[in-house]
Design a protein around this ligand. Structure first.
Ligand SMILES: Cc1cc2nc3c(=O)[nH]c(=O)nc-3n(C[C@H](O)[C@H](O)[C@H](O)COP(=O)(O)OP(=O)(O)OC[C@H]3O[C@@H](n4cnc5c(N)ncnc54)[C@H](O)[C@@H]3O)c2cc1C
Length: 423
């Protein structure tokens, strides 16, 4: 029998996904599992209440209806709900072409198609909840720097920023250290990367007219442009979170131009559906890649979040998919004896249950921007017919909405991954 581990589970990376996994393990096991969450950046101090700053500089996340259900199950939705904006309608259109489609929550008989939350608030609520989560210990700033596999356990080297390195044993290491995962590389797990040769330019902007809960997904010849509804700014202007996909050169140029010039260019692309654009906050750039780990499970190791699959943000699926993975993983683990947590057959069973969801979501996120990036008139005609069909045919519409809402796992075709590998 292997010696008792220091922790049942160690999570390397306290980003949105690592923090959600720690909460799911705590909640679903009712504190029975001992969990150590290690994060390189300092966490806010215990006792400091979540702080909401309606800042102009933050990135936002579109949460699917399915994610709301998971966030409810881990006890954070009621706090989050204070500052989320419901998406009542999604307007999908192709600039310069006739096809457009309006997807509505009312048609689906749902309370909302999804919700928009600013990342600063989501992070604040998740981290605050961790302070009171039974069974969870947080160590930050500290990094997991080395992983070895001994006696049926993972043995880690954890380096606190100010202190001596520690050796920590655990039944399971969850690698949640992001798309450029250093631990994935340290473990020798290869990854497949598709470089989209595009960057996402993000900024919060304000409009003359209220958004009325409408999220816009506009496909332009330069790339897709999404505007997500946010709560009003402090001075009462209607805010929206922009994610504008552009060539890296155009994105850099548009990041640097004066605000008035930026708003003019954006208005030209987006049109006047919400009236005049008034202001824009700090602009940020994110180079876009699809990154997929070639292995997600090994004895005593599971890879989650962006470290497992980092997606194109156009369909707003990356965190939503990761949250479904994390919920399913936690459900699976809490049903086991602690001695079984790192068993490869158990980890494979978890992955087997999530495989179809992962494949269909990665394909959806990968194909959407490519389909709309085609300048070829035949493609253009096809996608406009597609958008028209979306509006006219309830079955198409429901399928699209369900995938976007994260409610349609299990509809992958043929088990093929985008990067050409099967799970
Ligand atoms: C422009 C843009 C818009 C997006 N919009 C949406 C959206 O609307 N909806 C949606 O679902 N998704 C969206 N996404 C995707 C979403 O942001 C990601 O899926 C999510 O942030 C991934 O979180 P993560 O915790 O896996 O990784 P990260 O956020 O990268 O976190 C990794 C953490 O690990 C820590 N770390 C690194 N190395 C170590 C180590 N050795 N030891 C300890 N800690 C370590 C890091 O400090 C970091 O905190 C968007 C992405 C982009 C780029």
């Amino acid at each position: 029998m292997s010696p008792r581990a220091d922790y049942d589970v160690v999570i390397a990376g306290g980003g949105m996904v690592g923090a959600s996994l720690a909460l799911a393990l705590s909640d679903y096991s009712q504190g029975r599992l001992s969990v150590l969450l290690v994060e390189s950046f300092p966490f806010p101090k215990a006792g400091s209440a979540p702080v909401y700053r309606p800042s102009f500089d933050a990135r936002s996340t579109a949460l699917s209806f399915g994610s709301r259900q998971i966030l409810e199950s881990i006890g954070v939705w009621s706090d989050l709900a204070e500052h989320v904006t419901a998406i009542d309608k999604i307007h999908v259109s192709d600039r310069g072409h006739i096809g457009s489609s309006l997807l509505t929550a009312a048609e689906q008989a749902w309370p909302a198609l999804g919700y928009v939350v600013e990342n600063a608030w989501l992070g604040s609520v998740l981290l605050n909840r961790l302070h009171t989560a039974d069974g969870v210990t947080c160590l930050s700033p500290a990094s997991v720097s080395k992983v070895e596999h001994t006696g049926g356990q993972a043995e880690l080297t954890v380096e606190p920023k100010d202190g001596e390195p520690q050796r920590i044993r655990c039944g399971l290491l969850a690698v949640a250290d992001g798309a450029q995962s250093g631990l994935r590389t340290a473990l020798g797990i290869a990854s497949q990367t598709v470089d989209y040769s595009q960057s996402a330019l993000i900024a919060n902007v304000t409009f003359e007219n209220p958004h009325q809960g409408i999220a816009y997904e506009r496909f332009t010849d330069q790339g897709p442009l999404a505007l997500l509804p946010l709560s009003d700014s402090e001075d009462g202007q209607a805010r929206a979170a922009l994610v504008w996909t552009l060539s890296p050169e155009d994105a850099e140029r548009l990041q640097a131009v004066p605000e008035a010039e930026f708003l003019r260019r954006l208005q030209e692309r987006f049109g006047y559906r919400q009236g005049r654009l008034l202001r824009c906050g700090e602009r940020g750039l994110f180079p876009l890649q699809l990154v997929e780990a070639e292995e997600q499970v090994r004895p005593n190791v599971v890879v989650v979040g962006n470290a497992a699959h980092a997606l194109h943000p156009v369909a707003g699926q990356g965190f939503n998919l990761a949250l479904r993975d994390v919920a399913r993983l936690a459900e699976h683990l809490v049903a086991l004896d602690t001695g079984q947590l790192g068993e490869l057959s158990q980890l494979r069973a978890y992955l087997g249950r999530q495989k179809d969801d992962q494949i269909s979501t990665v394909q959806f996120s990968h194909q959407l921007p490519r389909l709309f990036a085609q300048a070829n008139p035949l493609f253009s005609l096809g996608r406009n017919l597609g958008l028209l069909a979306l509006d006219v045919l309830p079955v198409f519409k429901r399928r699209f909405v369900e995938q976007a809402a994260g409610l349609a796992p299990g509809n992958a075709r043929g088990g093929k991954r985008v990067s050409g590998r099967t799970l």
